[in-house]
Write a new protein. Sequence first.
Length: 117
Amino acid sequence: MNWQEAQHIYLPSVNTTVGKSWFRLRKLWERYKKNNRIGESNTDVAYQINQYQHALDLPRTPFEELVGIVSDHEFEGQNSELHPEEWSALDQQLLREEQMSETETEAEMDDWWISDD
């Protein structure tokens, strides 16, 4: 299976596709690093990173923010769905960034054949 096919596989535990999960995971890591620089709490972000890592079948990062909060079996058998009304402000911001990025990517893909010649 190539990446074009794989990125459209639905992941019910995070209620999105593989491609969007990778994008979201990248944005969560950016948020985590930014929060560390400015000294904000990262517990929620670290938890979401672990959630997406599990959904993508990646090894989970052992965050010290989650020691004693999240068990080693926290995500096993998880099939929860995220609902827009339950998303935090961070989730809503990441969703907006994801949608903006997709729009930009689509525009770039639409213009690939136009040349200045």
